[in-house]
Design a protein around this ligand. Structure first.
Ligand code: HEM
Length: 429
């Protein structure tokens, strides 16, 4: 496949995207310095639906208004998930960095209508059947195992050694994988969420393992998530089951890991949530919610595609235009701010799980919260004097347009003895 020249791209933009003459570039190292400030500036200059340029100057619309984001995610007949209707798809090179997120694949993510209901219906039911008490027990056990691994050291990186491996462990256990496979699968789940050169190979290994898992569960069903998915009345084909299980793993792992990491950061760095103070534990729920408002684990989501020409907040959107969901920006919209701040503790009207038929599937936010809350609480119980191990300004965010995640969260604490459970996995070193 040959990619059109940049002259052809410029022509296509001039013809089809007249508003994009002064569009903001949503790529390059400078956008990562202060994302909240950048979103605010974009809103001030361009309003709630902003013309932006993605990598290689590919045009898109950035939905930064709260009301507009609600509208776009609710109106599935106007804004769809099938990216095959994208009017810029012939202008992107085969190795365009955002292609893994927006290029059409036969997974549940890109389905619509009756097919969407069949596929998400199966996922929702399989997730909803999870016993919450059992899930809490699994999370506690995994948390204790991971802490056992570093509690004698007096220091740790809570991202690499805790927030990232924890939900990966929980997921693979829910999937009924043999104990012997845990280390490899946990490593690949963690690596594939990492957006490094190791992510692609890890993702491929994971696909191969999930494929074998589906064959195994077809032959010998168990009391686990894949078996429930395969037995569902939606009658998923094996290929659909493999693809959607992998969507489930990726959908659960990265956002939940970031939620844990961002909450621990807030509790360690913000005096209002200081975890070393008595009563800190009771503020865990509040800190989790504050993170959803201020540092949502998925700060932007790649999208929706306009089903037909329409107008949105005074912008002319053409059929096939791509819209990027500005989740963090919408949460910070001054129109909802008075309700959100300063005490966002009880207000759950953020857009951090997105919204509507294509949003995070209905039992998932509750399950993600259960995992994240248990992870933070167990850490506070086990390491009550945990404190930041570096100066606050050395705690850095990763450079990603989509994920809001930390590079590392180094901490110090008084060394303690492991609880001595049987160690089934000992994280990447
Ligand atoms: C057990 C944990 C979780 C599971 C199993 C899960 C699963 C999923 C799945 C399967 C999707 C794809 C939805 C679709 O297009 O059909 C999705 C989307 C999404 N999830 Fe989750 N998720 C989890 C946790 C989270 C967390 C913790 C967050 C953030 C706080 C989150 C935020 C989102 C967002 C923003 C989307 C994109 C929706 C859109 O495009 O509108 N998820 N999730």
């Amino acid at each position: 496949m040959t990619t059109p020249s940049s002259a052809a791209l410029r022509e296509a933009i001039q013809a089809g995207y007249p508003d994009h003459a002064d569009a903001v570039r949503l790529y390059g190292p400078e956008i990562y310095a202060d994302p909240a400030g950048l979103y605010e500036e974009i809103r001030r200059k361009h309003g709630p639906i902003a013309p932006v340029l993605l990598d290689d100057d590919i045009p898109a619309w950035f939905v930064v208004g709260y009301r507009e984001l609600h509208h776009v995610t609710s109106q599935t007949q106007l804004f769809g998930r099938d990216s095959r209707r994208w009017n810029m798809k012939d202008f992107v090179r085969p190795d365009w960095p955002l292609l893994p997120y927006v290029g059409w694949q036969p997974t549940v993510l890109f389905t619509e209508g009756a097919e969407r209901q069949r596929r998400t219906g199966a996922l929702n039911d399989a997730l909803d059947a999870l016993d919450r008490t059992e899930l809490t027990a699994v999370c506690e056990q995994v948390a204790d195992l991971l802490i056992d691994d570093f509690c004698g050291d007096g220091e740790a990186d809570l991202i690499r050694q805790y927030a990232y491996p924890l939900p990966a462990h929980v997921m693979v256990r829910l999937f009924g994988l043999p104990e012997a496979d845990l280390p490899d699968v946990v490593r690949d789940v963690t690596l594939s969420a990492d957006m490094t050169e190791e992510s692609g190979p890890a993702y491929a290994r994971l696909r191969e393992r999930v494929s074998r898992l589906v064959t195994e569960k077809q032959a010998r069903p168990g009391d686990d998530l894949p078996s429930r998915l395969l037995a569902h009345s939606a009658r998923l084909t094996d290929e659909e089951a493999v693809l959607d299980i992998q969507v489930l793993v990726a959908g659960a792992h990265g956002p939940t890991a970031n939620w844990i990491g961002n909450t621990l950061r807030l509790m360690l760095m913000d005096d209002d949530f200081s975890i070393t103070l008595q009563g800190g534990r009771s503020s865990v729920g509040q800190a989790l919610n504050e993170v959803l408002w201020k540092d949502p684990p998925l700060q932007n989501a790649p999208g929706r595609w306009a089903v037909q020409d329409c107008e949105l907040a005074g912008r002319r959107i053409r059929r096939g235009d791509m819209l990027v969901l500005g989740i963090a920006a919408a949460n910070a919209d001054p129109q909802v701010q008075p309700a959100a701040y300063p005490d966002s503790g009880a207000n759950r009207a953020h857009m951090s799980f997105s919204h509507g038929e294509y949003g995070c599937p209905f039992p998932a936010p509750e399950l993600g919260e259960l995992i994240a809350k248990t992870a933070v609480e167990v850490l506070l119980d086990r390491l009550p004097d945990v404190d930041l191990g570096v100066a606050p300004e050395e705690v850095r965010w990763r450079q990603s347009l989509w994920m809001r995640s930390l590079e590392a969260l180094p901490v110090r604490f008084s060394p303690t003895a492991p609880m001595g459970q049987e160690a089934v996995w000992s994280g990447p070193r």
